[in-house]
Design a protein around this ligand. Structure first.
Ligand code: HAM
Length: 430
């Protein structure tokens, strides 16, 4: 019986694994140079953890299971609740602000589509214990620092930034009751993915008054924080929320990534726990789903039984990113090809055992080395070496028997030199 791979999962053959590792290495490098420390948690948690605060969409996409003791568990669809749980457990021992990153493997039972799978990797960066816009700016800066590092420019990607606090104050001024906000956010978040009529119909279900709905549509289309006054009269809360957002933009400009950033009030975010600045990075052409998303979540630690400590963070999946990097030819140029450094070849059948010895000594110096398992002639072995993209062949022949010398063949240029084995090995260690 042939068993196919599970829908929405990927197999990472070595070339795909090389690309995958290159992405992960880049995420880790960007995290570390921006001052984040790595953490991880378990791949499954109590089901209730996601039911508390992740929001309806995530709950519907959970892979849940029951253990033998009848406990309801779920494979993690995101790591933010785990982070909140872990930080709560040690809150008094951890120096703040906490700047942590992680690259968890996550599962969501979504309908698989371009850029969205059922199993994926997600880079997370979070800052806990700092409620000023500086932390939001750091999260957005670190995200852009990575995208810029791999070669994506403001002509490729854009960070669309808004604020749930701003949105909430505008919606309150329009007359939307606070208890209706969560359901309304879920609809507003879907706007870019829906045809205009479908969105209007969903909005009318939440906001039946056409004048209120009209104001919400006008708000979604604004291109500057300063134009909010065109929608609602200013008040103290609104001024505060707008100022917070201006601070974030100001820091981002000063740190040199202002060109990537725009204000976009249609960014609401699907998850239920966001409370302040929110953002997503999209491809400029608008062909793909969001590359990443994040924002401030000031109540999550408290909702999980901890103190009221503010937090802000971001998650970036590997799927859309990979599509974009492929499209721009970035992967092709930057991902190192899997290659062996040394291939030890045998030119004198009587010296067969020396191949094992020399290979082992090269490996002991920390270099990748292989040899052929087949008893073939030298030309066959050189072909095998070329197939493995070996940089150099170390040929063991007559000279080795006579004087412990090997022939070093540069596989790119074809040039050969004779070298004393011990000298060659000592060169490898330096
Ligand atoms: P999210 O918007 O659910 O946020 O996911 C963030 C990113 O993860 C998306 O923009 C996308 O790149 C990737 N992603 C999500 N679902 C899938 C999928 N099915 N297949 C492939 N990629 C996917 C969160 O997860 C928040 N916990 C992020 C966060 C961290 N907020 C604060 N800290």
């Amino acid at each position: 019986m042939k068993i196919p791979p599970v829908k929405g999962t990927r197999d990472f053959y070595p070339p795909e694994m090389a690309r995958h590792n290159w992405i992960i290495d880049g995420w880790k490098k960007a995290s570390r140079r921006n001052g984040f420390e790595e953490y991880d948690g378990p791949i499954f948690e109590h089901l209730a953890m996601y039911q508390i605060k992740s929001g309806q969409e995530i709950v519907e996409q959970l892979f849940s299971l029951q253990d033998r003791g009848g406990r309801e568990l779920a494979i993690r669809p995101e790591i933010t609740p785990t982070l909140a749980r872990m930080v709560n457990q040690r809150i008094n021992a951890l120096p703040r602000p906490i700047k942590w990153f992680s690259v968890p493997r996550l599962c969501r039972a979504e309908r698989p589509q371009k850029g969205r799978l059922r199993e994926f990797f997600q880079w997370n960066i979070d800052i806990i214990g700092e409620d000023s816009g500086q932390a939001d700016a750091e999260i957005i800066f670190t995200t852009l620092d990575y995208l810029r590092m791999v070669g994506l420019t403001p002509r490729d990607v854009q960070a669309k930034i808004s604020s749930r606090r701003l949105l909430a104050t505008v919606l309150a001024s329009i007359g939307i009751p606070t208890e209706r906000l969560d359901a309304l956010y879920a609809v507003l978040d879907k706007k870019p993915k829906l045809p205009a009529e479908t969105f209007d119909a969903l909005l009318a279900e939440q906001v039946p008054d056409p004048s209120q709905a009209g104001k919400i549509r006008d708000l979604m289309a604004l291109d500057s924080v300063d134009r909010i006054a065109e929608i609602v009269a200013s008040n103290e809360d609104l001024l505060k929320a707008a100022d917070e957002l201006r601070t974030v933009f100001d820091i981002l400009r000063t740190m040199g990534v202002g060109e990537y950033c725009v204000f976009d009030p249609s960014i609401v975010r699907g998850l239920a726990y966001y409370t302040g600045v929110v953002f997503e990075v999209h491809d400029i052409a608008g062909e793909l789903r969001a590359i990443c998303g994040g924002g401030r979540y000031d109540n999550l630690l408290r909702d999980f039984g901890g103190p009221a400590i503010s937090a802000t963070g971001m998650g970036m999946g590997d799927c859309v990113l990979e599509i974009l990097l492929e499209q721009r030819g970035i992967m092709e140029k930057q991902v190192p090809q899997p290659a062996i450094e040394y291939f030890v070849a045998l030119a004198d059948p009587e010296m067969a055992r020396s191949v094992y010895e020399v290979t082992a000594r090269i490996r002991a110096q920390g270099h990748a080395a292989n040899f052929s398992y087949r008893q073939g002639g030298l030309s066959k072995q050189l072909k095998e070496a070329a197939g493995q993209k070996a940089a150099m062949c170390v040929i063991i022949g007559q000279e080795y028997r006579d004087k412990r010398q090997v022939v070093l063949k540069n596989m790119a240029t074809g040039t050969q030199e004779l070298a004393d084995l011990e000298q060659f090995l000592s060169r490898l260690s330096s």
